[in-house]
Design a protein around this ligand. Sequence first.
Ligand SMILES: CC[C@H](O)CC(=O)C(=O)O
Ligand code: MN
Length: 336
Amino acid sequence: MTRSIQLLDVTLRDGSHTMRHAYTEQQVRDVARGLGQANVPYFEVSHGDGLGGSSLQYGFSATDELQLIAAAKEEAPNSKIAALILPGIGTKDDLKAAVDAGIQMARVATHITEADVSKQHIQLSRELGLETVGFLMMAHMAPTTKLIEEAKKMESYGAEIIYVTDSAGALLPHEVSEKVRALRDHVGTKIGFHAHNNLALSMANTLAAVEAGATFVDGSLRSLGAGSGNTQTEVMAAVFERMQIETGIHLDPLIDVANDVVAKFMPRSQEIDGASLILGYAGVYSSFLLFAQEAAKQYGVNEREILMEIGNMQAVGGQEDLIFEVAQRLAQGVAR
Ligand SMILES: CC[C@H](O)CC(=O)C(=O)O
Ligand SMILES: [Mn+2]
């Protein structure tokens, strides 16, 4: 029997962190057109922190995300466009507006232990006729039993796909296998996996997820995403083709858009440098990287020390302010 996988590209959302939320409409059009030509089934467009993320706390978007979603839809009418939404950041009105702009999938994201807050957004997403994902972030921070408990809540609210999201790029392949297999055995939804490459494990972890039963996997072109980026979409498509796993994707135009479009505007190539390695090692949210670098510069302290301390504190998304507090304390030589 031929196996098939749905590939979801997050260049135009997770990549937005690395682009400092400054995607132009033209860049989005060019990437979306390429993804459409390559027959990529799903791709995500929005501020890096999801709908409504444009703010002082997370960074203002240079271009309104609804305008970017509408432009992407025009360029890739046959791909399904997803938007991420975090309850507490994106409102129900943001979700309705995104539907008018052209999304067909909502990915409702919460911290791994906080699925309760996704109820209203998941229910609304279903009412709006969207394909609905529960996106459990920072999956390394909870034992598998807790993951199952939280996933079951999302399933009961109406989620059709539940993601194990390795936001920090901290999971090891055997841990991914265990988590995905447990979901497969205990939850009735489809299962997805989202990786970050901070420990150079994103591809290995993605394959572990697929072998354990995930049928949705995320990637970004040239790995353009937070921290060291995500599993590289075009590489993943090539690997799946070699494994005779059906994705429906045309490899050549995908490689073209990665190299002729994305590589031309990305601020730097996605490598694992000292700081991004520490994200994975210490279990820190990948989108904290640029904040830590900024704080290190501002207070004249070492960015790796900040990230190690943030990892020890088990900081979670929404606690970006802590990064600056830690930097200030380190500059003053004050221990926690
Ligand atoms: C909400 C921000 C975050 O970037 C979502 C995500 O992609 C992750 O947790 O990895
Ligand atoms: Mn991510």
